[in-house]
Design a protein around this ligand. Structure first.
Ligand code: PMP
Length: 354
């Protein structure tokens, strides 16, 4: 830290993203990226825009916002486009939390939530998930604060039904509930249709996972017009051109070719189930993941060791040191061929641990 760094940030521990390897070629199953390229139409549209970066991007992203709002069954005024869903989450913490509205989220969830709180000086409380990593809505009812729920959760992949989320929304209409649906397209039911019924609901989604655009950075928030206006106040106060023109074009092409996204998601779900069965047959236990990753543990190989040994064999998975989940690894679902490479490596390793 330099002597110039503001004291208000001296306790800030930044989020640690999953490794992005340099030269070495890994089978990369550590950051939940999509193994398939973006839709052909997306590439075609972006190619056009690459030629004219001299103009600022449309701060309203109107063309994409209209198309995406139509796809989601909402009005464009109920949707905001952002630079990856991390950005809209950050805005949500800034907009809807303060000393009187602390943030509430599970003890095991997306590791960025506490960082956003520290960044904005927001008090927060981590509410322990049950033994099996399930979330009991009752734990959030009667508690003061803005609720953040990743659904499906990360890194467990466990899905909460919309009725459970509705029970939290209903219990206190005077506090905001943010549902982070980064992984919803891999087997969950979105809460977006509930935004008119619950003006205190904000749903966030991303193009990083199901839409193969992690590197292009595109996310969005959906909610009551008034909530979206609040988020836009913060967006226009930081960076109105938060989504660049190439990404807007990629996004539009992707939305106009929704069947391509659907096909890839169906394939990933199928590979997920097949890989889960194969790992179970090898003695692994796991949560019932409805995301594009599996959260697995072996009773033979300790979590950290499995991560390290797989890395030595050229396969990157994600290991978290948090004591409650240190026995687990989170493995992104890639192509069938990548999963076969993983399974072969795991089989060979298990031989060593007999
Ligand atoms: N929410 C969750 C639960 C995530 O795992 C991630 C990905 N790390 C994000 C949000 C943010 O993704 P992005 O900024 O790429 O949209």
């Amino acid at each position: 830290m330099s002597r110039f760094f503001s004291a208000k940030y001296d306790k800030l521990t930044p989020y640690v993203p999953g490794e992005q390897p340099g030269e070495k070629q890994y089978v990369k199953l550590n950051t939940n990226e999509n193994p398939f390229p973006p839709s052909p139409k997306a590439i075609l549209y972006a190619r056009e825009h690459v030629r004219s970066p001299e103009l600022y991007s449309d701060p309203e992203g109107l063309e994409l916002r209209r198309a995406l709002a139509f796809l989601c069954g909402v009005r464009p005024e109920e949707l905001v486009l952002v630079n990856g869903s991390d950005e809209v989450l950050n805005f949500a913490f800034m907009a809807f939390c303060d000393a009187d509205h602390p943030a509430l989220f599970p003890d095991i969830t997306y590791g960025f939530y506490p960082v956003f709180c520290q960044l904005s000086g927001i008090p927060y409380r981590e509410i322990p998930l049950k033994e099996d990593f399930s979330l009991d809505p009752a734990d959030y009812i009667g508690q003061k604060g803005t609720v953040f729920i990743a659904n499906p959760n990360a890194p467990t992949g466990k899905l909460l039904g919309t009725e459970a989320i509705e029970s939290i929304l209903k219990a206190d209409p005077d506090r905001v509930v943010v549902v982070d649906e980064a992984y919803i397209d891999f087997g969950g039911v979105s809460c977006i249709p509930l935004i008119r019924k619950y003006p205190n609901l904000l749903v966030t989604q991303t193009f990083s996972k199901s839409r193969s655009m992690a590197g292009a950075r595109l996310g969005f928030g959906v909610g009551d017009e008034a909530l979206i206006r609040d988020l836009n106040t913060l967006r226009y106060s930081t960076n109105p051109y938060n989504v660049n023109s190439m990404t807007l074009a990629l996004g539009l092409g992707t939305v106009l070719e929704e069947s391509y996204t659907q096909k890839n998601c169906a394939e990933i779900i199928q590979v997920r189930e097949k890989t889960a069965q194969a790992l179970k047959a090898l003695g692994f236990t796991m949560t019932d993941s409805k995301a594009n990753f599996l959260f697995v543990r072996s009773d033979r190989i300790p979590g950290e060791e499995l991560y390290r040994k797989l890395k030595e064999r050229g396969i990157l998975v994600r290991h978290f040191t948090l004591p409650r989940i240190a026995d687990y690894n989170r493995i992104t679902v890639g192509t069938e061929s990548q999963m076969n490479t993983l399974l072969e490596a795991v089989k060979a390793l298990l031989e060593e641990y007999k």
